[in-house]
Design a protein around this ligand. Sequence first.
Ligand SMILES: NC(=O)c1ccc[n+]([C@@H]2O[C@H](COP(=O)([O-])OP(=O)(O)OC[C@H]3O[C@@H](n4cnc5c(N)ncnc54)[C@H](O)[C@@H]3O)[C@@H](O)[C@H]2O)c1
Length: 401
Amino acid sequence: MKISIIGQGYVGLTISTFAAEHFEVLGFDSNQKIVDQLNQGISHIEGIESSKLQRLIKTGRYKATTIGSDIRGSEVVVIAVPTPLTRERKPDLSHIEAACKTIGENIFTSVLVINESTSFPGTLRSFIKPNIEKYSSKIVHHLYSISPERVDPGRNDFNQKSTPRLYSGLTAEATERTREFYSKFCDNLVEVSAPEVAEAAKLFENTFRQVNIALVNEFAQIAHSLGISVYETLDAANTKPYGFMKFTPSAGVGGHCIPVDPTYLAAVAEEHGAPATFIRRANEVNLEMSKYIVNRVATDHGGHLQGKSVLVVGVAYKPNVADVRETAAELVIHHLRSQGAVVSWHDEVVGFWKGESSTPLNGADIAVVVTKHDSVDGKQILASAPYVFDTTGKVKGAKGL
Ligand SMILES: NC(=O)c1ccc[n+]([C@@H]2O[C@H](COP(=O)([O-])OP(=O)(O)OC[C@H]3O[C@@H](n4cnc5c(N)ncnc54)[C@H](O)[C@@H]3O)[C@@H](O)[C@H]2O)c1
């Protein structure tokens, strides 16, 4: 059975390598450079070993392409393309529409189309299906289903096989075919009654994280104003064996999911006349955290940072990954520069970002730790500047939240 997976990023490549153990997989991506690299057996995603990719290529189970007509002959087509926000912070379904165009223009026999991209409830029924039909020159009755991806890059305790997977189709046949497909490489499949439930559940999971992170970020500010340790207080609260889940403060949220997905939920809620004030405010609190941190650092330096050399340590959005999408480091750097600081950054995992390279971990007046990778030694960070402000709570002996 031939499977096509549209989008070969974090989600698409991960699913491709698991599915390729059971099916012939074609990875379609619009980025020629990524496709060329993948066909040479070079993985650009942490957690996916190049050696695994090379084995799959060698045995004819995996191939990448930028040619739309190559997806012809597939029995299943999975959509795993980005769902970002527009400049106005509104859901941007342009990549999904482009994927629908690829499917509509190239597939003329009935296939199972599964969406794994995160989007608001109704996307499968009211956007994907009509768009595929719009771009098709023939009337083709595809089966449609949703199975939102829950992969957490950099995580070792749960993976594609062990993470429970939600799924639901527009018809009973689509639901059943989806179950059959994933059952080959997922241990725990959870059917829900409608695609909209699966779509909403995915958004609510990430909104749950977003609001709890905002809550703990607000609490960090409250604890500081009261002169108590936020970390000790959280640890104390966490001794309660039920009804509490510990989140830790940070410079904000990053990545393709937590800063973005809740806005999809808020947008669809408001479209239906339901208020999303809590979600909107949580987003603001997380975005404002970077300014709060820079103000704390400035306060410790007599209220200004003019001319100070500041090293931002860790610019990836979370530890042990090279992903800088929506990273809080960007806002921290912005606020430092707007206060007149001369900013450089250190992150060997990221290496190169926004036209700048990672600088050595020393020689600054001030270091601000935004992300601490396991590969960076806490003592080395502490020695990198006479004043170190740690937003992660992981650098012992540093100033912090
Ligand atoms: N990264 C995560 O941890 C994660 C987790 C769960 C869900 N998701 C969701 O999965 C979806 C994909 O996210 P990702 O992190 O894999 O994105 P990504 O940016 O890592 O990868 C997307 C890939 O799609 C390609 N692409 C874009 N438009 C295309 C098109 N029209 N046709 C073919 N290829 C196209 C891009 O070149 C890129 O390689 C998003 O909706 C995201 O919210 C991501």
